[in-house]
Design a protein around this ligand. Structure first.
Ligand SMILES: NC(=O)c1ccc[n+]([C@@H]2O[C@H](COP(=O)([O-])OP(=O)(O)OC[C@H]3O[C@@H](n4cnc5c(N)ncnc54)[C@H](O)[C@@H]3O)[C@@H](O)[C@H]2O)c1
Length: 361
């Protein structure tokens, strides 16, 4: 166990099960146990519950008031305060870990060792080593890991991916994302580990190149963890990404700019309609004969708003999880994708602590 898991959940079941590994699915219904029914857990349970190909077999939370909320909505679902029931039940094929970040590694590891597929919240783990170990166990036991990078399944990000992959923007210049609002203040993780996984996973999905280095600055104003951070990610080919995350903003902003040589895209996730706009704008530099003969021309053409599907991202994502289990596919947002984000988060946290040092990846 990694030294960083000293706060870990004391699982009495973090031992390799003597039962055969589950790996292949036994029927056409995936039976899921969900651990954690706080703020985000109800969304996970609701969406699993709505899938035809899935059955929510049990929900666990150590808080009895959380379970009382679950009982009202799902009177027929088994509820427990003891996560070992979920981790060891022969009637559960997959476990969703929807608890605080520092518990992800222990719970996910126990689930895998007991032959369960794992859906784990973002960020995947607290350290790179923990993520690598979970990937290794899942590979060895032929089990799936999916990390909840919810936005990848939103209509907006699916459309952006389509637009970028089609080459509509031309070669990419930059990705610039702002995710700021007042709260929800977390006590156990910084704003980097809380909010930036969203932007970094979107960036990782959209930009095909792999990042080379990270620089981050930020500040801790209130309770010893960074509450605002400015993260810069350098890619090969002069592509640069920037992520601004902040819990201390008086207004909520969810805007991403993606600039390419040919066109530029603006995604405002707070817009009800026309979340994405594509601008046929660009800059061209041409040099004439003389040294001072630099000609800059700006191109400003049409603006259009492509249609964005409105389906709930989590529904599409959980459907993908169940499909991957049932048909032996690799999730888009598998453990390896989760590990890439954990590496970026670690690098950003290190750079911020060192007041903006360059951390190579
Ligand atoms: N994908 C998203 O958009 C999104 C949004 C919010 C939160 N999250 C993630 O979801 C996770 C949970 O966040 P939250 O905001 O719901 O936290 P929360 O504190 O509101 O809820 C966590 C719940 O887990 C329970 N819990 C903790 N340890 C437990 C254990 N060992 N056994 C049983 N129950 C346990 C707590 O009692 C609590 O009810 C975090 O990893 C967070 O990053 C993701």
């Amino acid at each position: 166990m990694s030294s960083n898991s000293s706060r870990g959940v004391q699982t009495s079941v973090a031992i390799e099960s003597s039962e055969p590994t589950v790996g292949t699915h036994r029927s056409d219904t995936v039976r899921v146990g969900v651990i954690g029914y706080g703020y985000w857990g109800p969304n996970i349970v609701r969406n699993f519950h709505a899938l035809d190909s899935c059955q929510v077999a049990a929900v666990c939370d150590k808080s009895t008031s959380a379970l009382a909320r679950a009982r009202k909505v799902y009177p027929g679902v088994h509820l427990t305060t003891d996560f070992t029931e979920i981790l060891t039940s022969p009637d559960i094929d997959a476990v969703a870990v929807v608890t605080p970040v520092w518990t992800h590694y222990d719970l996910a590891k126990s689930a895998l060792l007991n032959g369960k597929h794992v859906f784990v919240e973002k960020p995947f783990t607290s350290t790179r080593e923990q993520a690598e170990e979970l990937i290794e166990i899942a590979d060895r036991k032929n089990l799936k890991i999916m990390v909840d990078h919810t936005f990848l399944f939103s209509g907006a990000v699916r459309k952006i991916k389509e637009v970028v992959d089609a080459g509509t923007l031309g070669p990419l210049y930059y990705f610039d994302s702002t995710r700021v609002n007042l709260g929800l203040f977390q006590h156990d993780v910084s704003v980097i580990w809380d909010l930036a996984p969203h932007d970094l996973s979107i960036m990782d999905h959209i930009i095909a190149e792999r990042p080379e280095a990270v620089v981050a600055t930020g500040a801790k104003h209130l309770n010893g963890v960074a509450d605002m951070a400015f993260i810069t990610v350098y890619f090969p080919g002069n592509i640069i990404a920037h992520v601004n995350v902040n819990w201390l903003s008086p207004v909520k902003v969810r805007t991403t700019l993606i600039g390419g040589k040919d066109k530029m895209l603006v995604w405002n996730d707070l817009e009800a309609d026309e979340k994405i706009k594509i601008y046929d704008k660009g800059v061209q530099m041409t040099t004439g004969a003389g040294i001072y003969d630099l000609l800059v021309s700006y191109r400003s053409g049409d603006v259009w708003a492509p249609k964005v599907q409105q389906t709930e991202a989590l529904k599409v994502e959980l459907d993908h999880f169940v499909d991957c289990i049932t048909h032996g596919k690799t999730p888009t947002n598998d453990g390896v994708a989760g590990l890439r984000i954990v590496r970026l988060l670690e690098a950003a946290e290190q750079s911020l602590t060192e007041r903006g040092s360059i951390v190579t990846l």
